[in-house]
Ligand binder design. Sequence first.
Ligand code: HEM
Length: 134
Amino acid sequence: MNTEEKPAQTSAFEVIGGEARVKALVERFYDLMDLEPGYAALRKVHGSDLHNAREKLFMFLCGWLGGPQHYVERFGHPRLRARHMPFVIGILERDQWLACMDQAMGEVGVPDELRAKLRESFFQTADWMRNTPG
Ligand code: HEM
């Protein structure tokens, strides 16, 4: 037996609790976007039907968190910045996205330490997606 073998790294996907929990997170995220007046500007950027958005964000996050790459297998490289170009994303939209995701993470019980790490990673991604000043 190789005693120098490193212990396997636990992915964020595993810490969250796998696909069922990622699904719960995404469902809560879009439910909150629909319900909370504080996310109205973010909701307005989206079309009337959130069905596709729910499905795609779920598939994307599974891979992004270190789990199965459903999104890439189905749609290829995410090209997230390019795919978001049709939507006006400024600081207001970015901050509502991040607050909505943070609330959803809290409500579905993402452990505090992971939640703080993900908050930082989501910020980097969302900030890079801004395509309009203000
Ligand atoms: C910064 C603020 C953001 C805004 C305003 C925004 C808005 C949107 C909108 C309007 C759509 C289209 C939904 C539809 O197809 O009906 C979308 C799609 C998507 N968003 Fe965002 N988004 C933001 C940030 C993010 C972040 C941070 C991520 C990932 C961590 C993300 C991941 C995705 C994915 C994977 C899709 C599906 C892309 C596709 O294949 O069409 N978004 N977003």
